[in-house]
Design a protein around this ligand. Sequence first.
Ligand code: TMP
Length: 220
Amino acid sequence: MAGVFITIEGVEGSGKSTQLARLSARIQRLGLPLVVSKEPGGTALGKELRRLLLEPHPSGEVWCPDAELLLFYADRAQHLHAVVRPALDEGKLVLLDRFEDSTRAYQGASGVPDGAMDRIGDLVLRRLKPHLTLLLDLDPEEGMARVAARNGAHGAFAETRFDQAALEFHRRVRARFLALAQAEPNRIAVVSARESPDQVEAALWSRVSPLLRSAGLGVD
Ligand code: TMP
């Protein structure tokens, strides 16, 4: 693998999309060969899987945790095959909105045992790891309030949109992300998403630019 692989992770409402756009713009201004993509849904087939995974089905049926896990990994396998590995082999910089740490955090928080993710992860990833993972950390309560505001909810509606069970789930997700970061501090950089967008952007860039420099990609 010759390229540079960076992923960005975080709970809902952590400003991931805004920061991803800012980071990509900076990298593009430097003229570096960049591929920006996301999971789930980074390929044409993956977009179908994203819809199946994230949109409520009219029947009301929901995926059981194992089926959901396999669908996220099916999306990832296709994405690695069609987009990520070819770009890295060509020496490009690949920037992904969510990757394996999201599975560890979200499906782990849904009760999937770590051993199951270890086994399927080995099969699908074949030891591929991001060089750097940027984790935008935020209290889920604040993240959900931001999502509600973005969706145009306000007042009492904003407070009731996410019930207590959902909040508890997102607290577990956050705790799992932070535990992953603690286990791999050299790969995962935790950045507080509570600061202003400009401050968050600067904090992320201070992690990305040394990596680009050490990979021989011109950065000032
Ligand atoms: P996004 O809109 O931020 O891309 O979020 C996609 C949703 O899918 C988000 O709720 C996190 C979830 N997700 C998982 O549960 N497992 C995964 O492996 C991935 C990539 C995303």
